[in-house]
Design a binder for this molecule. Structure first.
Ligand SMILES: C[S@@+](CC[C@H](N)C(=O)[O-])C[C@H]1O[C@@H](n2cnc3c(N)ncnc32)[C@H](O)[C@@H]1O
Length: 466
């Protein structure tokens, strides 16, 4: 078939047939793949082409819905709806126009397709579910996911541009969009955000830890002494996200370094206000519960984790999953949390103080694993082989070197907590090649109204240790 012709700015009508990784939808125009946001499979939409530079696919933006899916609803964020000009739609809620149950079905589909296509995994049943509710000791509901998936963000980043505008970035852009509401944020974060006055250009993080009080962390953009030529502090005029200067790192006395407390069940975790903590108000509890439940499920007849094992929490942050393992193993649990951020490690040390065998180490996981592989004594290797390794890497995943290094330690069980389906699928394929089978995968909707999905995969060793 002759290749279709088209230019940026052209309008085409597109039958949307599928969902792709990254919050975009896909259709074909005269045989050529076109990716568009703000649509739903089954819809016919009018699209303005925005990138026709590639032969293999084009990109566009949805201007109008010609034939709506029965799963379309009024966008949870009014300003992000399809009747607003695309350049004025704030980013961060790219599934907000879809009924919540159908959002979950689409996320599950993306995960399953990644697992099959990239991971070669098609024999593990996977279901998706919302965040778990929090119950009181008497079983009363204390906190629950909202019916429309709003009000969950305890952390929000806004931006101040050079003209003093405050707001989120527009979708796929570094253009600041002033907004009237922030429906994904908790009510307190939304209130605080909408009350912000413009300050110096840069980022403003709003954080609501367990005490309920919102911290406002101003992160001015670093002064660019000419080294960042070609990068723009005001964003690029074509509306696409490009290289952007990161805010200056926190310095002593910075409110980002204030120590706040987060709670999971009855347990308190110290964390820097500007440090990493799960964003959804129910996420840390949900993930801890799933990890704990799956590990317990492997050993229904004995202790949930081997009391003689050495257990690891890799990419451990302030020790959330090390504590989960500690709760499973009891006071003497030997568990090590490995994390590259030294302040997070410091907090992990305090958070894990009740376990005499717990340690928190500041290191890059790849280096720590390589050293353990090279230097562990025979006794330590035997303990590691009886242990559980939890890993919760950033979006890019763990990668081949880390996966092979973990496999070299031959732990009995691996629990992989993932926030990117493609990176997870790639790493699971590597794990399989080095002797680990994926036995269960739980998909969790911890980012409602966005395309993001969390997954917890459990892997077990295929054969006896060497
Ligand atoms: C997704 S967070 C998980 C943190 C923790 N498991 C939790 O749930 O609170 C990933 C963590 O990995 C850390 N990190 C990123 N790259 C790392 C690396 N190469 N080695 C060690 N830690 C890393 C980050 O600082 C961050 O704390």
């Amino acid at each position: 078939m002759a290749a279709s012709t088209g230019s940026d700015g052209d309008l085409i009508d597109l039958d949307v047939t599928g969902v792709a990784h990254g919050g975009v939808f896909v259709g074909r125009h005269e045989g050529r793949v076109v990716f568009v946001p703000d649509a739903i499979p089954g819809e016919r939409v009018r699209v303005r082409l925005t990138d026709t530079s590639k032969d293999s696919f084009w990109r566009g933006e949805t201007m109008e819905v010609l034939d709506a899916s029965p799963h379309r609803r009024a966008h949870v964020w009014r300003q992000a709806d399809v009747d607003v000009p695309p350049e004025d739609r704030p980013g961060g809620a790219d599934f907000g126009h879809i009924e919540l149950a159908h959002q979950r079905a689409l996320k599950l589909q993306v995960l399953l397709e990644s697992l099959q296509r990239i991971g070669g995994i098609d024999d593990v049943p996977v279901a998706i579910r919302p965040a778990s509710p929090v119950l009181s000791g008497d079983g009363d509901l204390i906190a629950v996911e909202s019916a429309d998936g709003s009000g969950w963000r305890t952390r929000v980043s806004l931006h101040v541009d050079a003209d003093g505008r405050v707001g989120p970035y527009a979708a796929r852009s570094h253009r600041v969009i002033p907004v009237d509401d922030l429906p994904l944020a908790t009510a307190a974060v939304e209130r605080a955000a909408l009350g912000l006055q413009a300050g110096i250009p840069g980022r403003i993080d709003l954080v609501q830890p367990a005490d309920g009080e919102v911290r406002i962390l101003a992160r001015p953009a670093p002064v660019d002494h000419g080294r960042g030529r070609g990068r723009s502090r005001r964003g690029s005029s074509d509306g696409r996200a490009r290289s952007h200067p990161a805010p200056a790192p926190a310095s002593p006395g910075d409110p980002a370094l204030e120590v706040v407390v987060e709670r999971v069940g009855g347990r308190a975790f110290r964390v820097d206000a500007g440090g990493f903590w799960q964003v959804h108000r129910l996420a840390a509890g949900t993930l801890s519960e799933v990890v704990s439940g799956r590990v317990r499920g492997l050993h229904a007849d004995g202790p949930p984790i081997d009391p003689d094992g050495w257990h690891l929490d890799l990419y451990g942050g302030v020790g959330l999953f090390a504590a989960t393992l500690g709760d499973l193993g009891g006071a003497a649990t030997r568990v090590t949390s490995v994390e590259s951020d030294s302040r997070a490690t410091e907090h992990a040390g305090a958070n894990l103080a009740e376990w005499v065998g717990a340690r928190a180490e500041t290191a890059r996981v790849d280096r720590w694993i390589a050293q353990a592989g090279a230097n562990a004594s025979t006794a330590d290797r035997a303990r590691l082989a009886r242990g559980v390794v939890v890993l919760d890497p950033p979006r890019s995943g763990a990668g081949r070197e880390v996966v092979e290094g973990i496999a070299d330690l031959e732990p009995a069980t691996i629990v992989y907590v993932a926030c990117d389906p493609v990176a997870l699928a790639r790493d699971l394929a590597t794990f399989r090649a080095v002797g680990y089978d994926t036995t269960t995968i739980d998909a969790l909707d911890l980012f409602p109204n966005s395309h993001h999905v969390e997954a917890v995969a459990v892997l077990t060793r295929m054969s006896e240790p060497r």
